[in-house]
Design a binder for this molecule. Sequence first.
Ligand code: UN1
Length: 494
Amino acid sequence: MTTTYRNYIGGEWVEAASGRTFEDLNPANKEDLLGRFPRSDAADVDRAVEAAREAFKSWRLYPAPRRAEIVFRAGELLLKRKEELARLMVREMGKVLKEARGDVQEGIDTAYYMAGEGRRLFGHHVPCELPSKFGVAMRVPVGVVAAITPWNFPLAIPTWKLLPAIVCGNTVVFKPAEDTPLMAHAFVEILIEAGLPPGVVNLVHGYGEEAGAALVRHPGVNLVSFTGSSETGREIARVSAETYKKVSLEMGGKNAILVMDDAALDLAVEGAIWGGFGTSGQRCTAASRVIVHDAVLKGFTQAFVDRAKGLRLGSGLEETTDVGPVINETQLRRIHEYTEIGRKEGARVLLGGEIATEGELRRGFFYRPTIFGEVDPGMRIAREEIFGPSVSVLRARSLEEAVEICNNTNYGLSSAIYTRDIDRAFRAIQDIATGVTYVNASTIGAEIQFPFGGVRQTGNGHREGGWTVLDIMTEWKTVYIDYSGRLQKAQIDV
Ligand code: UN1
């Protein structure tokens, strides 16, 4: 029996107004149906926004430390159910169990961090130029937040958005990716169990072009917080401008690892394997390019290919699996198209380059870990986001050239340099234009207490994570209190 799940609006579980549904499949075995979910449209979004607007009236006045206690309890519940949620995540999204545990852990970390924030939410007191006058800037909630989240971190990324939104006093309409609705459902159930009042978080399932688009257009939404592709992000910004919404976008990446001639090569190879093929390359922080110094290019490439050859494809639930499936058929085809494009452009496929169909793999969406050699920085495979287990190895004759190649993309999320020379490390930190840079570590694995995001087409100036997410989830309000008992004129009474 397949379960049919519902939306959660104003504290009630409801079907889509149209009664339509869509299916949630296991990417490692497309015969494994996880459930049916409401295929929502503008009518459902209207109800959800209305519920969020109504709840905002009281939620914004509920003390922040109390709001944060609910978030803390949600963290406790996530911890208690970590294993169960991780296993469900493997089944729904495909990443290997260890990484799925990490995804849940990232949610727990965010909950504990944000719970503490409920007793901080610091403002600023600044002295006034006039006597007997007091000035303070404080944070106030934005209002109704539309949280539109991707499938690749089906628990962590929703927590990055929803938990700070809640602590700051906003209410939320949550539209999760249609590939991972069950994780979103489980997360909302946890928020309810933690004591979140009705209407504070409303869950609307469905497709981006239907439910997502209606949400972005809706005049009752004050902020859109989106993680996903750069194309969709640009469209969201464009549509949001019509109704003067605040927009926070976290989009694509084409992240590079720079390997210098003095690097610890084994470490660099491990970093490239982990960054390139972890989560089947489906992270916006994935290391899809490795830019290697001429002097070590041959040795590095050989070791990288040898090591990648040993990676085992399979279900993420098997202990022996290193690389799980990719999310769906469309992505599988897209990844393979890029292999064809790379071949045509003159790159050499050193490993993989094909859809894996032997044995059990036939039942899911598996792509072989793929490495391209002889990649020119101008090739599409070196510039465009593939979002799969596909890595290009590029040559550089110096640190300067490597940095130039690294920066020469439309994206700017994460980067890494392997070197034992501290001067080079600092020069890379100074000259690489990305939101995150690692030294002697791979491009993935950001910690939640730091700002996360990027430049160019990766972002629009905001940073999730850490204290910086508060600037997304709040507006500044400046308050002046004049206790002089007379009319005082700033800039004039000098
Ligand atoms: C993403 O892929 O959108 O830094 C987020 C990392 C993870 C988050 C990735 N902590 O790889």
